[in-house]
Design a binder for this molecule. Structure first.
Ligand code: HAM
Length: 449
């Protein structure tokens, strides 16, 4: 049987795994500067958590959830997003009562959606996101947007586009939905099947339709801005003013309604078009919500958050060479070569001593010819090879070869760490003149000045 990964999933390994690690580390460390802390809801939730929160009219709930009955007959779902699970966690653990508000969480991990796989669209993908819950101030919308924007800038995204819109409060949305229903009433019969359902469940969603003929009709539909309550209009203006004040460019897009049902007021997406004109679509997206905590059985608290799709972030960065020169060096420091399997235990002891001091070390316990093991050490980027043979064991010593300068020395076992530390901390001579090395080296003198 040929083993194949499941359609829409992706193996992440080697260099790409380093890229994911790098991106997640940058995202976490910037989120921490805004006061967000790690939160880890389980991957499995009762299906109700998502159907209630994400909403029955969303494509995610209608068509895309990986839902199954477990052996106890419970309906469980692999999370299709994080926000609902984070709200369930906050309510179940009563964090709103025990923590200072707002509760600020960042999260990352795999999510699952049964979508049609295509470029940048997977069935299992990773998200990194934040949620700020419990304080109703438009400043939190602004901070969350700034965090997303600045994170992408830090990763090297230039030409980032922030699309923003408001869905207003309940009153605004009710009026707008009524206006949309009236507008589409005599058109819906000729629109796609999805739109017909959207018309019944949530006509706002029709604005999100990707069918070209339907998009044409949508162009002349009523605009949300004409149905906003005074409060929502003022709130949105404040958000835009603060973004301008912070020097962030944005584009108000009044067809932006988002695909999940829980939003109210501010919604936004980060889009990226490369220098070469490649449109990568939404790299991340989010918005404000006001009923999620209550829906999970908690008090009436508002929140705002966003999630990035990490596969998309990494793929943009790869295509635009944004990883160049920034991935940390993962190569080995030392390769310890036992000259006979008899000395494997001694090699392991030396490896443990070096690892305890932070060195990256491997031992080829399966043996091999010394020449080919040295080649292997070079391929693994090791700076030194350490040989342990009969002579070394007899004299309580080690033979250490500096693979960079092709120099070998025999040192007492007790001097191992001092010797290795010296090699790794050695002054890197810039003058490329072997004679010049040591205390008198011209660049060392320059350092002193
Ligand atoms: P979302 O727009 O559904 O929002 O997903 C956020 C991001 O996940 C998207 O912008 C995209 O980069 C990535 N993404 C979505 N679907 C896929 C896919 N099939 N393959 C690869 N990447 C994908 C949410 O999930 C909300 N929970 C965001 C949020 C947080 N709103 C408030 N707080």
């Amino acid at each position: 049987m040929e083993s194949q990964n499941v359609k829409g999933t992706k193996d992440i390994f080697n260099k790409e795994a380093e890229m994911f690690e790098y991106v997640e580390t940058v995202m976490k460390s910037i989120a921490a500067t805004y006061g967000f802390k790690d939160m880890r809801p389980p991957l499995l939730e009762h299906s109700e958590v998502f159907s209630r929160a994400v909403g029955e009219s969303s494509d995610v709930v209608r068509k895309e959830m990986y839902t199954f009955l477990d052996k106890g007959g419970r309906s469980l779902t692999l999370r299709p997003e994080f926000t609902a699970g984070i709200m369930r966690l906050i309510v179940q653990n009563k964090l709103y009562a025990t923590e200072d508000l707002p509760i600020k969480a960042y999260y990352h991990g795999p999510v699952f959606r049964y979508e049609r796989p295509q470029l940048g669209r997977y069935r299992q993908f990773n998200q990194f996101g934040v949620e700020s819950v419990g304080v109703n101030s438009y400043f939190h919308d602004v901070e969350v947007i700034l965090l997303g924007y600045i994170t992408l800038l830090n990763l090297g995204f230039e030409g980032l586009k922030l699309k923003i819109n408001t869905l207003g409060d309940d009153e605004s949305r009710t009026n707008y939905k009524n206006a949309l229903k009236a507008f589409f009433e005599d058109k819906i019969a000729n629109m796609c099947e999805d739109c017909k359902q959207r018309y019944e469940i949530n006509p706002l969603r029709i604005l999100d339709c990707k069918v070209p003929a339907d998009q044409e009709i949508v162009k002349s539909a009523p605009k949300m801005r004409d149905y906003l309550s005074k409060e929502s209009q003022i709130r949105f203006n404040h958000v835009l003013q603060e973004l301008e004040q912070s020097g962030i460019e944005y584009e108000v897009d009044d067809t932006l309604v988002r695909g999940l049902d829980y939003y109210s007021e501010t919604v936004f997406e980060f889009h990226f078009v490369s220098d070469k004109g490649v449109n990568y679509g939404a790299i991340g997206a989010g918005g404000h919500y006001d009923k999620l905590v209550k829906e999970m059985g908690g008090p009436s608290l508002e929140g705002v958050g966003f999630s990035f799709g990490i596969e998309r972030v990494v793929s943009v960065m790869q295509d635009n060479n944004l990883f160049e020169g920034i991935l940390s060096d993962q190569s080995l420091d030392a390769y310890i070569i036992p000259m006979d399997p008899l000395y494997n235990t001694n090699a392991l002891d030396v490896a443990l001593a070096l690892r305890a001091n932070g060195y990256r070390v491997e031992v080829p316990y399966d043996g091999g010819k010394v020449a080919s093991l040295i080649k292997k050490a070079n391929r693994k980027g090791a700076r030194i090879a350490i040989f342990i043979g009969e002579e070394e064991i007899r004299s309580d010593s080690l033979s250490i070869k500096d693979l960079k300068f092709n120099k070998q020395e025999n040192i007492a076992l007790g001097d191992l760490l001092t010797y290795v530390d010296e090699i790794f901390n050695e002054h890197e001579c810039q003058c490329k003149n072997e004679e010049d090395k040591g205390e008198q080296c011209c660049c060392k003198q320059k350092d002193k000045e």
